[in-house]
Ligand binder design. Structure first.
Ligand code: SAM
Length: 266
């Protein structure tokens, strides 16, 4: 999997790629990374990349020319100049602009993007970018949440972090199977040594060595936790038929217990 980052401050992401598990993935050749400083593509001597918006309004906008030249330097073709086939000939990339107006970034979308050979990530600054760049070059606008950040680099880091770990061979598929959001549920609670911490003890079942009981306990805990913290995920899973019979049965049982407990309380 390859990441190409376009930014006015690529050093922020370069540092991330130089550290941690991601650095190992780069060393092992599982992940490739290149960054481009948009300022290198400015058209004037002062390397200007922002200007005031037409029509007035607060702040500055990233200018179309440096952005277009930076995108073309990494092989992105202008949609308005090339037909679909010409544009994608020999190009295995998806061009993403990180934007609060974008499609919400979820674990499902992370899986989808992890399947792409290359993600080209364009980071905005100031009040954003000239709309013509979106019209001419961008495949997807992606938002990491309903809030406004000061820059796209933070958002690009989120997308990179969530996707590279899903790329084949970075982590074992087994560790993805029961983590949060897989199968529409949050992850079960986890414990490590010591067995007793202050007044808190590791649940007995986890010390039993009984694999089937442990599996069932974990499924039950995933459901309880999801019902308590993210009931919307349970509703969505039921509506889309995501859960198997066993999981549906447990959801109903746990919901029944919760409803009865609520009735007794009142
Ligand atoms: N004026 C823009 C608006 O109201 O939508 C906000 C611009 S923001 C201050 C600057 C840059 O941060 C954006 O161009 C974008 O790249 C990035 N950004 C801000 N919030 C984001 C979010 N929730 N998801 C992804 N990128 C975001």
């Amino acid at each position: 999997m390859k990441y190409t980052l376009l930014s006015l401050f690529p050093e922020i992401i370069d540092a991330f790629f130089a550290l941690s598990i991601l650095a190992k993935a780069v060393q092992r050749g599982i992940v490739e990374y290149r960054s481009v400083n948009i300022r290198d593509f400015a058209v004037d001597k002062r390397r200007t990349c922002d200007d005031a918006p037409y029509g007035g309004g607060p702040g500055m906008l990233m200018m179309a020319e440096p952005l277009g030249r930076a995108l073309e330097s990494v092989g992105v073709r202008n949609k308005l100049e090339y037909s679909g086939e010409e544009r994608s000939a020999g190009k295995n990339h998806r061009v993403i602009y990180l934007s609060p107006s974008g499609r919400p970034f979820t674990q499902e979308l992370a899986h989808e993007l992890a399947g792409e050979p290359e993600l080209i990530l364009l980071c905005g600054r100031y009040e954003g970018i000239d709309q013509r760049i979106i019209d001419a070059y961008i495949d997807d606008e992606i938002s990491i949440g309903d809030y406004v950040l000061s820059s796209g680099e933070t958002a690009a880091l989120v997308v990179i972090d969530a996707t590279y770990r899903l790329a084949e061979a970075v982590i074992t598929p087994a560790s993805l199977e029961e983590e949060s959001f897989s199968g529409g549920l949050l992850e079960y609670p986890q414990y490590t040594r010591p067995e007793i911490y202050g007044m808190l003890k590791v649940p007995e079942v986890l010390l039993s060595g009984h694999h089937e009981n442990i599996r069932l306990w974990r499924l039950r805990k995933r459901i309880e936790k999801t019902l308590a913290l993210r009931p919307d995920l349970i509703r969505g899973g039921i509506e889309t038929g995501l859960f198997d019979r066993k999981t549906r049965g447990l959801i109903e049982e746990i919901q029944g217990i919760a409803v009865r407990a609520g009735t007794q309380d009142s």
